[in-house]
Design a protein around this ligand. Structure first.
Ligand code: SF4
Length: 377
């Protein structure tokens, strides 16, 4: 039952939505437009233009991009912690997250408030993602338990969500600490859910776990993912999840340049004091693993060199930037969205296409990072 808020001019809120988000409201039924406005938009802002910043924990999926560039639509992200203990060299969250991982204060109280708001305004169901900027199963979860709490509450309010997607580099933690029942319970939409019939007809799971595994050799992992779990632990976790019927996506992401580099004259990563991150043989083995695990698809994107918030690039990332400069010559790497990238044509020819050829040989669908998110119902 929708509750009214008689002292809020909801139509006025809708008129004030920033144009970059407006497309999400267009095409919705009027009552759903009102529900989204009440949930996402500040009710008493003095600003002329409003952004969807009202939720405390269950937030607008992507606050950075305009819908015309990244049509994420109505979906949520819960960043369960701030910062991430894994300290991956290439992590884009370095641009805005603190260095040290920590639980959020008042997480439970704020989560419950957001859930109450979803209920009282009868907000239509949407996908929820954990987490964009932190690993929900980093070691902190073993003591804080915020991911377990969030998933338990999502299950209690299952009607308000469609697909629940978890992204982690640490799949063994939930396996060893008894999260599998929770994962399985989240996998099916209740019969009175408005999307139940659609999900059942498409055999669309209501819960998916995406595991990041960009490397096949432990020495490469230690260099580029220094704080993340070892590869054998990740593979053990993946196999246990698969054995329990949990739908999986393998993120072979990011993709790195490999030797010989497309430079003139030809050079290798060793010339830049970098170890080989992913040989073609590594990628082949990762694709074979994805096939073996019946992964729904794999996710990829070329590695970005992220400018950390208020800091220097690490020696590894400085070296990788020199690789990008050499590969791009006579052009330059492209600086966009806070990170350096290879020019698209070079990234496609040298990094992406050989990977896609391997995936095709393994009959493994491959989705560019973010497209997988947009396509999650
Ligand atoms: S696990 Fe994910 S969020 Fe954590 S540092 Fe690595 S890439 Fe960033």
């Amino acid at each position: 039952m929708r509750q009214q808020l008689f002292d809020v001019d909801v139509e006025g809120l809708i008129r004030q939505i920033h144009p970059k988000y407006r497309a999400v409201w267009e095409g919705l039924a009027p009552e759903d437009q009102r529900a989204l406005a009440l949930y996402f938009l500040p009710h008493r802002s003095a600003k002329d233009v409003l952004e969807p910043k009202r939720p405390r924990v269950i937030k607008w999926y992507c606050p950075f991009a305009a819908q015309c560039d990244f049509p994420s639509g109505h979906r949520y992200c819960i960043n369960v912690f701030t910062g991430c203990a894994h300290h991956c060299e290439y992590c884009y969250a370095q641009a805005y997250e603190p260095d040290e991982a920590a639980p959020k204060s008042n997480f439970e109280r704020l989560l419950l408030k957001d859930l109450d708001d979803l209920e009282r305004w009868d907000v239509p169901p949407a996908p929820v993602h954990l987490s964009n900027s932190t690993d929900p199963f980093q070691p902190l979860e073993a003591t804080a338990g915020h991911t377990r709490l969030a998933l338990t509450e999502i299950l209690r309010h299952r009607y308000r969500f469609t697909t629940v997607t978890i992204l982690t580099k640490n799949p063994l933690l939930p396996v060893r600490r008894g999260y599998l029942d929770l994962f399985q319970a989240l996998g099916t939409l209740p019969e009175d859910h408005p999307r139940h019939a659609e999900f059942a007809a498409r055999a669309q799971p209501g819960f998916v776990i995406e595991v990041s595994l960009a490397f096949w050799r432990e020495d490469a992992r230690q260099h580029y993912d220094p704080g993340a779990p070892p590869l054998d632990e990740r593979i053990e976790g993946l196999r246990a999840l698969h054995a329990h019927g949990i739908p999986l996506v393998l993120r072979i992401d990011p993709l790195f340049p490999r030797s010989p580099l497309p430079t003139r004259p030809p050079a290798s990563l060793a010339d830049f004091d970098l170890p080989e991150a992913q040989t073609l043989d590594d990628l082949e083995r990762l694709a074979a693993l994805a096939k073996d695990l019946h992964a729904r698809h794999v996710v990829y994107s070329p590695v970005k060199i992220v400018q950390p918030r208020g800091g220097q690039l690490s020696p590894t990332m400085q070296a990788l930037r020199r690789v990008y400069e050499a590969c791009a010559r006579p052009a330059k790497p492209v600086f966009r969205g806070g990170s350096w990238r290879l020019p698209d044509a070079i990234a496609r020819a040298h990094i992406i296409q050989p990977f896609l050829d391997i995936c095709r040989r393994y009959d493994m669908p491959a989705k560019y990072c973010k497209h997988n998110l947009i396509e999650t119902p």
